[in-house]
Design a protein around this ligand. Structure first.
Ligand code: ADP
Ligand code: MG
Length: 255
């Protein structure tokens, strides 16, 4: 339950596509509040592994989130339980302002908690105030306050990525799975990213798994790196150990 020290525990995860194993007997335990980088060459199975955890990709194996076995849960149910996932293309409604976009995510969380609260009377005004507060907090935390009233269509790629992060925060995501979140960002935005991840972790007590090719950036922010190759874990440890692991250098970094 809520007190679990382990945020994610996956055991013997396997996915086959047309007879070849994209993920092959992966077992991982990820501590609450940690930031874990997932690296490996293209096609190693990184995105597929994230998809199995979020529930979008059916897989063999067992999945435990926050001490709860979610193996048979749908992606939607896992998301409502606090599992947040970003995709490579930020899918935002162009005409909607940044604030309204984040407010929709905050309202989604409100609706699910109303559902969980069962037969409580709808206290609409209080709930609206909570949504507004949660929206403003998520926008401030991601450094987006200066853009809140702009339509998403005018935002840069980097800002749109941050909007996605703000939506995860507003939606109550506590276990965040980020798939190449800095792809397409300007250099200064990439440089600011470690600070953002740390503040998400510290302020929300979030657990973050991040797939990323920029290993130097990951080494700055991650407590731990896991390297996949051909669907298997070939190295797992501190960023320094993994970056200098001969198998990792050969398969990935040495090219
Ligand atoms: P990575 O994110 O590490 O680059 P992926 O998880 O995207 O790797 O892919 C792992 C392997 O699975 C690759 O060989 C890829 O071609 C294959 N694959 C991924 N998704 C699918 C799919 N939906 N259908 C068939 N093969 C897939
Ligand atoms: Mg990928």
């Amino acid at each position: 339950g809520r007190g679990s020290e382990v945020a994610i525990e996956v055991t013997d995860v396997a996915v086959e596509f047309g007879g070849s194993r994209a993920v092959d007997a992966v077992s991982l335990t990820i501590e609450r509040g940690s930031i874990v980088g997932l690296i490996g060459p293209n096609g190693a199975g990184k995105s597929t592994l994230l998809n199995t955890i979020s529930g979008f990709q059916p897989a063999d194996g067992q999945f435990v989130i926050d001490g709860v076995d979610v193996t048979r849960w749908s992606a939607d149910r896992r998301a409502r339980a606090g599992l947040g996932r970003t995709f490579q293309d930020a899918r935002l409604f162009p005409q909607m302002t940044l604030r309204d976009t984040v407010a929709v995510a905050a309202a989604g969380r409100e609706r699910s908690s109303v559902l969980l609260d069962g037969l409580l009377p709808p206290r609409a005004r209080r709930s609206e105030r909570r949504i507004a507060e949660r929206t403003d907090a998520a926008i401030a935390l991601t450094g987006l306050s200066g853009y809140a009233d702009r339509p998403c269509s005018v935002l840069s790629t980097g800002t749109r990525r941050l909007v996605e992060m703000a939506c995860l925060v507003a939606g109550g995501g506590r276990v965040l799975l980020l798939d190449e979140p800095t792809a397409g960002l300007a250099q200064r935005e990439v440089e600011a990213f470690p600070v953002l991840l740390r503040s998400l972790r510290d302020r929300l007590d979030a657990t973050i798994v991040i797939v990323e090719h920029d290993v130097a950036m990951l080494a700055q922010v991650c407590d731990r790196l896991v390297c996949l190759e051909l669907g298997r874990v070939i190295a797992d440890g501190t960023p320094d150990d993994v970056r200098h692991d001969p198998a990792v250098v050969e398969s990935y970094l040495g090219t």
